[in-house]
Design a protein. Structure first.
Lengths: 276, 300
């Protein structure tokens, strides 16, 4: 190996490590503050590593604040959204790929058109409609608008179109109903697509602030991002430790899931980008 | 009882399978889009019993008023910073990590995860952490600046700085995503092209990059540019968490303005006009993106 090549490697290594440190800094800072005693947070001298670990911040966040409630709401809302998305999208994708009917092309066109509409565009009318029927400030308000997922249908359609029709014909000969074929044959086969979609959907809705900010005012219904803003705005600056512990608790589930299943996560989130 | 005919049966099955999703798409996407387009021509306020037609007044107000223009310019400035920097760094990191995987594969994988971390993390919670880092007296940024003899800044409350601060956070959040897309593009370049380039005399890192990597990454780069642009134009979470569009609307953006006018001031008509302008920008970008996806599939 030549000296210049070694030098090149060293330079790129140094730059990449520097960049990685910059990327990690907000995470390190969050963790560091979350275990810092109060007096060290407010000391004028800068210490990254606390002199002692103050686990009390976490205890306080978990017992004296609504953080557990926010986490639970996050689970209910993301699970609810994912459940209904799959319940609606898989049969539709199956019909689009393995059944012929009038209007099939038109329906696919409709789905492609729906892919062009960012959620923000529909917020005002959906809010008006929900106000009209009186379901603002409920879990339904947080779940329902995301049930129709053009992206999900699109993804499942791509996947199911690659599965040979013989498989489903054989099941029909065996006397299975179309509904049974969808859920007992097509859906298990489409698991890879479902996993990618689930990662994308759960990440998007766990992290979303826009719609929860609009659809709910009740703190008991706050999803994690909405909840941490309630917490921050109430504590008015003297409870930084517990606030950062709360931020850590809210970020942790997805970050840990990502670290455990990196390839699947990267794939799922990269596919999600196609949605635009 | 007469048995149902097979055709009717089949039609019913189709309706049962595809109907719910179709109805939901109509109810939650197509009907709302129509309503928002109509509302943008009215002076409707949430809760009001009636409304009047005002033609294009709402659009006039958006493009004609200082505040409306501010939101548009801010969004454009934000996008103009975030797009090139985030795509540029994404490419640099991807090329660096791709090369590193030859001589330090494990470290390369670890760094790849590190760069991707902000994409999976909850942006609102991370923004709260940024707020602490950027705190005028207690934050690590100003304390470091003081330590090296610089001047501390009010990163989030200085009118001239705030938009750039938000842009930096936007870049921090999106580099990893772009890196992943570039890494996929790099992995798809056949290794023998590099060998061929070497035989032709393009053996150095630099000439390898310009003769092989860059031209072959062209389609990926376009794709990444458009995706980054769509995300930049949607900026909302950081604004809502850190500045609420302030100080004095210095960090107001299109989506935040739409939220504020619509859901804080309840001006549904005006907010609908903002929505339509935002939609027009995103629609253009998404259509370009669709074209690119199609082309990529074609060439594969």
């Amino acid at each position: 190996m030549t000296a210049s090549r070694a030098l090149g490697r060293l330079a790129s290594l140094a730059l990449l490590l520097l960049g990685a440190f910059a990327i990690l800094l907000p995470f390190i800072w969050m963790l560091s503050l979350s275990v810092k005693p109060q007096d060290e947070i407010f000391s004028a001298t800068f210490q990254l590593i606390p002199s002692r670990l103050e686990w009390q911040n976490y205890v306080k966040a978990l017992t004296e604040t609504d953080v557990p409630r926010y986490l639970l709401n996050g689970v209910i809302v993301t699970a609810g959204i994912l459940f209904f998305q799959i319940l609606f999208a898989v049969p539709c994708a199956f019909a689009l790929t393995h059944r012929t009917f009038k209007g099939r092309t038109a329906l696919f066109g409709l789905i492609l058109a729906a892919l062009l509409v960012p959620f923000h565009v529909t917020a005002i009318p959906v809010f008006l409609g929900f106000a009209q029927i009186g379901i603002l400030n409920s879990y339904w308000a947080l779940i329902l608008p995301f049930v129709p997922t053009a992206f999900g249908i699109f993804l499942f359609r791509q996947f199911l179109s690659q599965i040979p029709a013989d498989l489903f014909d054989a099941a029909r000969v065996d006397g299975l109903s179309e509904t049974a074929i969808v859920w007992r044959i097509a859906f298990p086969l489409a698991m890879p697509a479902a996993t990618a979609f689930a990662i994308f959907s759960v990440t998007a809705h766990w992290n979303d602030l826009f719609w929860p900010l609009i659809a709910t005012t009740d703190p008991d219904l706050a999803t994690p991002p909405r909840g941490i803003l309630f917490f921050r705005d109430e504590e008015s600056g003297d409870d930084v430790g517990p606030l950062m512990a709360a931020a850590t608790l809210i970020t942790a589930p997805l970050v840990i899931a990502f670290l455990l299943a990196q390839r699947k996560f990267t794939q799922g989130l990269a596919t999600g980008g196609l949605k635009g | 009882m007469r048995p149902i005919s097979p055709t009717l049966r089949s039609t019913l099955t189709n309706a049962w399978l595809a109907g719910p999703a179709t109805l939901a798409l109509l109810a939650f996407i197509f009907v709302p889009v129509t309503i928002v387009a109509v509302l943008s021509l009215t002076d409707y306020q949430f809760g009001a019993r009636s409304f009047g037609w005002v033609g294009l007044d709402n659009y006039g107000k958006l493009f004609g008023s200082t505040l409306g223009r501010r939101a548009i310019t801010n969004t454009l400035i934000y996008a103009a910073i975030v797009i090139p920097v985030s795509v540029g760094f994404g490419l640099l990191v991807a090329v660096g990590l791709f090369r590193m995987s030859d001589w330090a594969p494990r470290l390369s994988n670890v760094l790849r995860s590190v760069y991707f971390l902000p994409v999976a993390a909850t942006l609102v919670a991370m923004s709260v952490s940024w707020q602490m880092m950027l705190h005028p007296s207690l934050g690590v940024v100003n304390q470091t600046l003081i330590a090296i003899g610089g001047t501390p800044q009010n990163w989030l409350s200085d009118r001239g700085l705030v938009l750039y601060t938000l842009a930096v956070i936007g870049i921090w959040q999106s580099i990893g995503y772009n890196m992943v897309l570039f890494l996929a593009g790099l992995a798809a370049i056949p290794a023998d092209l590099y060998d061929a380039a070497e035989i032709d005399g393009a053996g150095g890192n630099w000439s390898r990059f310009w003769t092989v990597t860059w031209p072959l990454l062209g389609p990926t780069t376009l794709f990444v540019l458009v995706i980054t642009a769509t995300n930049a134009f949607r900026v909302f979470e950081t604004v809502a968490t850190l500045t609420k569009g302030g100080p004095a609307f210095a960090s107001d953006t299109l989506v935040y303005a739409l939220y504020r006018e619509g859901f804080i001031y309840f001006k549904a008509g005006y907010a609908s006009a903002i929505t339509m302008v935002f939609f027009a920008v995103l629609l253009t970008l998404t259509l370009i993106q669709f074209r690119l996806v199609e082309r990529r599939v074609h060439y594969r």
